[in-house]
Design a protein around this ligand. Structure first.
Ligand code: PLP
Ligand code: ZN
Length: 420
């Protein structure tokens, strides 16, 4: 491994292909195209084998050669390797032969897939000498930056729309981060952060550090393939905010095939949005390769980005892989959350309800054929978005501490009181 670049080759413009040094920089100065990390795959191939990976600790860092840092990870070393659950009961309900749930609701330490991107971004920020880290967030990113910065001894500024769920706000404040609520949508938060990032010399994980940050999402794809016994699933359903996660899971599958770690079998990438903020799925359904920005209005606040930075690339990945997109209403989101909880015992946040609801539509319409196999990416925990389901899941029964009252209450329940 090269101590200056690790296994990275350069940052490269996704539009014109110009290469840049591996600094905190995210945009091409010629055409304003986004920069992406490119690697030296020939060198990676020499060390990254099944045996090497399987001998390493069960975290996202077992794929270290494919992650953009030059030394050892220093932040979030335990992140990742969340369970891939065979979801037979949900499969039966949705009418598909085989279904898996990649359960990132239990990611460490802040219960969402954002711990993956933050662990990479902060490890890289430390390598580049930053002392202050920051982000523009729809909630989960703020939680993860706040927690991981605290554990790394970095100072954190997190910027969020001021109307976020209480759970998401408290889960940033508790770590001592400076939490700034902006009276506006995420897209306005993001615009302000671009200005602040230009003026203050901070590591903004999803602005100037974005090329490194975004690569962390690939680990979700590596883990899915390894947990399926080193194969790529036929269908992967991914919730979309900026659209980055969808493009990076796709990149992960392609990299594993390129390195000979999986067979290059066809796979379709499907995208899920909330109807109240569906710029990408609306464009996909209309057969367009560009989206129209929207003003978000949905309970799926973690996905509420009206001008998605990677929307164009997400559309391209869906089109190239033969995937589809769809979107669901707030009621369908709640129904999706309940379905996953009742069938599999997994309590997801609103983004999970979006993914389950959209998967249901894609299967019902045949866009995911019923005799094939799919993986749902469930990306955040339901305990952080209790506001979304409060008042929609019934109420606990209330009785006196009396056996008579309990028997009266359950007299008409259809399950037996005694095991036969
Ligand atoms: C951020 C986020 C996503 C999607 O992120 P992208 O911007 O599309 O990469 C999905 N689910 C949850 C819970 C999130 O917080
Ligand atoms: Zn360029």
């Amino acid at each position: 491994m090269d101590s200056k670049t690790g296994f990275m080759h350069a940052l490269k413009c996704r539009e014109c292909g110009r290469e840049y040094p591996l600094t905190a920089n995210h945009v091409c100065e010629y055409d304003f195209g986004p920069l992406e990390v490119v690697y030296d795959y020939d060198r990676i191939k020499r060390t990254l084998t099944h045996a090497a990976i399987e001998s390493r600790p069960k975290s996202m860092w077992r794929y270290r050669e494919l992650l953009p840092i030059t030394g050892e990870p220093t932040v979030g070393r335990q992140v990742g390797f969340t369970p891939l659950v065979k979801a037979d009961r949900l499969a039966a309900r949705l009418g598909i032969r085989e279904l898996w749930v990649k359960n990132d609701t239990v990611n460490y330490p802040t219960l969402s897939f954002k711990d993956r991107v933050v662990s990479v971004a902060l490890s890289r920020s430390k390598e580049l000498g930053f002392k202050v880290v920051a982000c523009a967030s729809t909630g989960n990113l703020a939680n993860s930056v706040a927690a991981n910065a605290a554990s790394a001894g970095l100072q954190a500024y997190v910027f969020i729309p001021s109307d976020l769920e209480q759970g998401k706000v408290l889960n940033s404040l508790i770590y001592g981060a400076r939490v700034v609520g902006i009276k506006g949508h995420y897209d306005e938060v993001n615009r302000l952060c671009a200005e602040i990032a230009g003026k203050f010399g901070w590591a903004f994980v999803n602005v100037n550090m974005r090329p490194y940050y975004a690569e962390g999402s690939k680990s979700l794809g590596y883990e899915i393939a390894e947990q399926l016994g080193w194969r790529i699933p036929q269908h992967t359903v991914v919730p979309m905010a900026s659209g980055s996660l969808l493009t990076k899971v796709h990149k992960a599958y392609q990299e594993l095939a390129k390195l000979g770690l999986v067979k290059a079998t066809p796979h379709r990438m499907h995208g899920a949005q909330a109807t109240g903020c569906s710029p990408i799925s609306t464009a996909q359904k209309a057969g367009l390769d560009f989206f129209k920005p929207v003003k978000p209005n949905t309970i799926a606040k973690s996905l509420a980005i009206g001008t998605p930075a990677d929307g164009f690339y997400a559309l391209r990945v869906m089109s190239e892989t033969g995937g589809a997109a769809d979107d669901v209403t707030d009621d369908e989101i709640r129904e999706g959350i309940r379905l996953l909880a009742e069938c599999e015992g997994i309590f997801a946040e609103t983004a999970g309800g979006v993914t389950v609801g959209v998967a249901k539509k894609l299967i019902a319409s045949g866009r995911i054929p019923a005799d094939e196999s799919a993986v749902l990416c469930i990306t955040g925990h339901g305990l952080k978005t209790l506001d979304a389901v409060a008042g929609h899941v019934g109420r606990a029964a209330e009785i006196k501490p009396s056996l008579r009252e309990f028997e009266a209450l359950t007299a008409h329940d259809d399950h037996p009181l005694v095991n036969a």
